[in-house]
Design a protein around this ligand. Sequence first.
Ligand SMILES: Cc1cc2nc3c(=O)[nH]c(=O)nc-3n(C[C@H](O)[C@H](O)[C@H](O)COP(=O)(O)OP(=O)(O)OC[C@H]3O[C@@H](n4cnc5c(N)ncnc54)[C@H](O)[C@@H]3O)c2cc1C
Length: 384
Amino acid sequence: MIVVVGAGPAGIAAALAVQECGKAVTVVDENPSAGGQIWRGDPTHRWVARFRAFNIPLISGVRVVWGYPAARTLVLEDAVGARRLAYDKLVVAVGSPEIFLPFPGWTLPGVFGAGGLQALVKSGLPVRGKNVVVAGTGPLLLAVAASLRKKGANIRLIAEQTPAALLWPFAKQLSGRASKLLQGIGLAWDLAGIPYAPASWVTAAQGDGRLQRIVLNRRGTLVTEDCDYLAVGFGLRPATELAAIMAGPDTIVAGTGDADLSLLEGRIAGYTAAGDLEKARGLEPERDQARTFAASIDRTFAVRDELRQLADSGTIICRCEDVPLGRLEGKTCFRDAKLHTRCGMGACQGRVCGPALEFLFGWHGASPRPPIFPARVGSLLSEG
Ligand SMILES: Cc1cc2nc3c(=O)[nH]c(=O)nc-3n(C[C@H](O)[C@H](O)[C@H](O)COP(=O)(O)OP(=O)(O)OC[C@H]3O[C@@H](n4cnc5c(N)ncnc54)[C@H](O)[C@@H]3O)c2cc1C
């Protein structure tokens, strides 16, 4: 049996490709329903509807916490117990968490990762009438602002750290890509009237016990803006932890970009897992074009150096273990910081502070070790 971990665009596309080849497939996802980051609140989306229409088995509400590649077995954990799942081929399509970079006040209640706030709102957090600032970098800020506005949020501002001089050439190249152009036009319509400030970034979040205002650098001038929520994101990074511990000839990884690229990578992974290499190869030119576009996003929205100077010695860097920047002074690498401060050793295992440390100091995280998520001892000992 072919097992797909992740029921986002990449996992859905992979499972449908396997099904098309007539092979047995099962999908596992920690969320209660299919759709992933982008479609989880939208069971009517055509890809989610197709996935459901084909009755592809979905084990939902269950997280993969460990695995044994040599035995081709995954360890799954849910709220009450654990079990093992055997596979012949494994497709890892677990998505790309967003990058959240530190600044004074980023741990105040009311400050969220852009994707985190979007996910909470999709799960029912009410934002109607709330004043929200969306900040950071990249096209995802626009998607987040549009979805929050649809739920009734009052979007005060979108602060984009990239300067306008880089945004124009990027916008112009959309004209050569019909689907992206249409998405852009749709977003421009959805966001009409909301101020969009290039070359602007949050320097501090302030408030008495929770967020009340932010300080923004707007093209060199510091201004304050009152708000209830700040949604801030600096792009996505592929979640490589599960792929790293399950690496081997029977494991294929998919989903490293926007939804279009993830769908293509998912289909290629599904056909490859099912053994139809001709179909998989047929999609590679389209996948390569999508990757070229993804690379141009990365170049345009590269985070500027000034943001390295925002955190002060009291700014918490490791949110799980409460390690401020001051305690990292004199440390030479991520491992050194871990050993002396417990930075990166908490519940998220460096998923949040790892990219922040890479950005601040150029440190790369240590290789992931199983379990890839905190797990009950009983789950790790479970048989059968
Ligand atoms: C805030 C935000 C807004 C976005 N807006 C857009 C947009 O407008 N247009 C666009 O093209 N793209 C957008 N994207 C990007 C888009 O979400 C991703 O490109 C797309 O979701 C990637 O699909 P995926 O299948 O690779 O990952 P995901 O959609 O993230 O799906 C991965 C799935 O794997 C599951 N999973 C992860 N780990 C485990 C585990 N250990 N065990 C079990 N299940 C697991 C997760 O629950 C999730 O359902 C946005 C992203 C963010 C963060």
